[in-house]
Write a protein that binds this ligand. Structure first.
Ligand SMILES: *Cc1c(COP(=O)(O)O)cnc(C)c1O
Length: 395
């Protein structure tokens, strides 16, 4: 028998004889081998076994695989993979750094998530330039690709924030194939329950799992979804060196939230539709942007590629900036928080919050008007939401 000092150091034996019903949190930085032969096998194929948690961890990998399979559901994609990152931003950075190199260019849209736009601009310092353009103008895109063979990727978001503009996924995938581009879609707003870009032939899907996929606002993580072993190895090789891995605790929280994803998305969308229809009729509201309203310019496109219209909407309070502030101070059901996709209603007044330091003219140019309120409609009882908005709008 060894000394008590040595006994303290040794990890206890795993006593389990039955399988845990819930995915455990594997709080371990590394994995040990049963034998040196097993170790050799693992090191021969390091992307497929657990060695060190920066490379992969059973908790994070299980959750990543689950979401990848949701993205592949019904699309005909048989070999999806998921790589769980420390945030949505790190997923975007990882996929771009894995697939592109200095001198390569990206085509993208001007109304991406703010952090994504900033990241693409930052990457210019490292020789990866982004051309921001209108992705609906196929002729312009064709002309750009014809004269510049360095364009290698198309990066898009549909619907966009907060205007809820949509881009045609089938058209983008086809255009990408014809021009030899890699297509990447940020599917955070929809989740695979509402929209599955693989259905149209998109190559890579990004999620900020922080939002709807987790749904409870208690973890930050992001996901890269792709298909095929070659792609997986390519992305993984960069991921493990950047150290953009998610930790198992956040992955565990994400997994808990995921179980109610389909139910939640149904309720988010049903509530958003009813709230939008109420706001349209309200005397203090001048405009409502929701994809489920036939008045939205992308209603038909959304209907084509989304299974419902989602839980995000925006509306314009009559009376400009001050009216926007008054509404935000009076509303009680929603939290004033700069995130989205949680079970509770979340409100953002971009002019006084996310875009407070943006030049007003520039903000207006991007459709961020003074009285615009963005709502991530929660799953509360809809009458409670409507009644609260109504009292907050009455001046
Ligand atoms: C929040 C968000 C991101 C960034 O994700 P984080 O998890 O905050 O890093 C990227 N894209 C979209 C559409 C988002 O809403």
């Amino acid at each position: 028998m060894s000394s008590i000092q040595t006994a303290c150091v040794k990890d206890p034996k795993d006593p389990r004889t039955t399988k845990p019903h819930q995915l455990p949190i594997y709080a371990t930085s590394s994995f040990e081998f049963e034998s040196i032969e097993q170790g050799m096998d693992v090191f021969r194929s390091p992307s497929s076994a657990h060695i060190y948690s920066r490379f992969g961890n059973p908790t994070t990998d299980a959750v990543a695989k689950k979401i990848a399979e949701l993205e592949a559901y019904g699309t005909g994609v048989i070999d999806p993979f998921g790589i769980l990152c420390s945030s949505g931003m790190s997923a975007i950075a990882t996929v771009i750094l894995a697939l592109l190199t200095k001198g390569d260019k990206i085509l993208s849209q001007g109304n991406l998530y703010g952090g994504s736009t900033e990241l693409l601009k930052l990457l210019q310092r490292y020789g990866i330039e982004t051309i921001f353009t209108d992705l609906k103008e196929i002729d312009t895109l064709s002309a750009l690709c014809a004269k510049d063979t360095n364009i290698k990727m198309i990066y898009l978001e549909t619907p966009s924030n907060p205007g809820l503009d949509c881009v045609d996924l089938a058209e983008m995938a086809q255009f990408s194939r014809q021009n030899g581009l890699i297509s990447v879609v940020d599917n955070t707003f929809c989740t695979p329950v509402i929209q599955r870009p693989f259905m149209y032939g998109i190559d890579y899907i990004i999620h900020s799992t922080t939002k709807y996929l987790n749904g409870h606002g208690n973890s930050i993580s992001g996901l890269i979804v792709g298909q095929g072993e070659e792609s997986r190895k390519k992305v993984w090789a960069t991921y493990k060196l950047l150290g953009t891995n998610c930790n198992p605790w956040d992955a565990f929280l994400l997994n808990s939230g995921l179980k109610t994803l389909a139910l939640r998305m149904e309720r988010h969308a049903a509530n958003a539709q009813q709230l939008a229809e109420f706001l349209v009729t309200h005397s203090q509201v001048s405009e409502v942007r929701y994809l489920g309203l036939s008045s939205h310019k992308d209603h038909a496109l959304a209907k084509k590629q989304m299974s419902n219209f989602g839980g995000m909407l925006a509306f314009e309070v009559k009376g400009g900036f001050d009216a926007g502030l008054r509404f935000m101070n009076r509303v009680t059901i929603g939290a004033l928080a700069p995130t989205m996709g949680d079970v509770d209603t979340l409100l953002l007044h971009p002019a006084s919050m996310s875009h407070l330091n943006v030049d007003r003219a520039l903000r207006l140019e991007n459709g961020i008007t003074d009285g615009l309120i963005r709502v991530s409609v929660g799953i509360e009882y809809i009458d409670d939401i409507i009644n609260d908005f109504d009292q907050a709008l009455k001046s």
